[in-house]
Ligand binder design. Sequence first.
Ligand code: NAD
Length: 456
Amino acid sequence: MKIQNPATGEAIAEVTVDGNAAVLRKYEAARAAQPRWARLPIGKRIDAIRRFRELVVARHDALAHTLTQEVGKPIRQSKNELNGLLPRIDFFLEASARALRDQNVLADDAQKLREQISHEPLGVIANISAWNYPYFVGSNVFVPALIAGNAVLYKPSEFATLTGLHIAEMLHEAGVPRDVFVPVTGTGVTGGALLRQPIDGVFFTGSYGTGVKIAAAAAKRLIKVQLELGGKDPTYVCEDVDVKTAAAGIADGAFYNTGQSCCSVERIYVHESIHDAFVDAFVAEVKGYRIGDPLDESTYIGAITRRPQLDVLRRQVADAKRKGAKVATGGHTIKGRGNWFAPTVLTDVDHSMMVMREESFGPIIGIQSVADDAAAVDLMNDTEYGLTAGVYTTDERRAKKLLAQVNSGSVYWNCCDRVSPRLPWSGTGHSGVGLTLSTYGIQTFTRPKAWHLREM
Ligand code: NAD
C-alpha cells in the first residue's frame, strides 16, 4: 500500500498490507499471549504505559513530522496533538488502578456473606481507528484496554498507517509484548478480516456508514461493540455575547484541524439581533487564516486528508447555493498538487441544505439566523447525530437551561471542539454507542464479574 502526502500527492512510503493469513496469525498470537499479560500485576502494565509516554516526549518532533506528512495536518497542530496526548495518558496512569480495583459492595457479618465486583479484561479486542487524530482516538482505546489486561489488535486508518506503526514501536519498546499490542495494516478489507476472527470486542472510531457495517459484522457473535462516530455539531450564539470573542472562538472550533474533527463546529445558529455583526466578525477571522505548506509553523489550514472528501465539500456548497445560500468566503477547491479546499463560510442557509444536515468533515460552515432560544434548540436537535453542542451567552443559567434540552453526548458553555480525559466521550444517534475516557472509559474494556462469597 502506498502512503501519499495529501498536501503534495507524493508517495512517501510503502507498507505491507495484512491479508487474511497474516490477520489470522496475528489473532492467534494475541490470543495466546493475552492471559500472561492479564496475570501481571496492574502496576507492571501501568509502568509500560509510563515508559510509552516518555518515548512520546523524546520523539515528539519526529512523530509530529510523520503525522503532518501523512495526513496533511499543520505541524503546529500535530505538535499540539502530541502535547495533548500527555495529559490523557496521565489521567489513565492515575485513575486506572482505582477504577479497576475489586469493589466490596456488601459485608454482612450476621449472614457471613460478602459480595464483590471484579473487572475482568475482555480478552482480545480489535481497535479499528480513524486518521484525523490518530494519537487521541487510538490512545483513548489502547491505553486503558492494555492497562485492563487485554491484548489489542490495532488497525490504524490506512491514512495514518505510519503513525500507527510508530505507536506500535513505542509500545513494544516500552515493554508491551509484540503479541499483546499488534498493529494490523491495511484498508477496510483488512478491517473486515479482523472482524472475522473470534475476537472478544470491537472498538471502532470512524464514520457512521462504516460503524453500521462493523455492528452488523459483530452482531451474530454477540461481542461488545463500541462505535465512536461522526457529528454535525451545532453552536448557538445568544445576543448578549461579545461578538468578536465568540466569533474567534467558534471559527477556531469549526476550522481547527482543517475542519476534520469529529467534534468540529459544523452548524452555527445566531440570534437575529447580532447575526450580521457576527457574520462580519466571523468572516474577517476566517479570511485571516493562513493556508499552505503544512510543515510551515505558521500554517493554520492544511490539506484535506482523503481526496474523495473534496467531492463531498463541493457537493455541499453547490447544493446550498442552488437552494439560496450565499458564499461569504471560499466555496471552492484550490488548484494545484494535493487536496486543498478554501475555508468556506455560507450564510442564508437552512435545514433543506446538505451542509446543515450531513457531516462536512472539512473547512466549511453554515451560519443560520434564529429568532429566539426555542427555535435554536429545535434546530440544534434537528439532526440524526448527537456528539456535542454548545451555547455562547454570558448567562450561565440560560446556557444550562438550553443545553439540558439538547440531545448530545457532550455540551459546552462558551467553548467548543473540546475533549477532556476526565469526562466521558460519547454520542447519541448516528454519533455512536458506548464511550471512551473518564473512569467509565477504563471500565468499558472489562467485564464486571459478580462474586457471591459465603463463609461456611
Ligand atoms: P472510516 O469509517 O472511513 O474508517 C475508519 C476505519 O475503519 C479505518 O481504519 C478503515 O480502514 C476501517 N474500515 C473501513 N471499512 C471497514 C469495514 N468494512 N470493516 C472494518 N473496518 C473498516 O472513517 P475515517 O475517514 O477514518 O474517519 C472519519 C470519521 O470518523 C468521521 O465521520 C469522524 O467524525 C469520525 N470520528 C469520530 C470520532 C469520535 O470520537 N466520535 C473521532 C474521530 C473521528
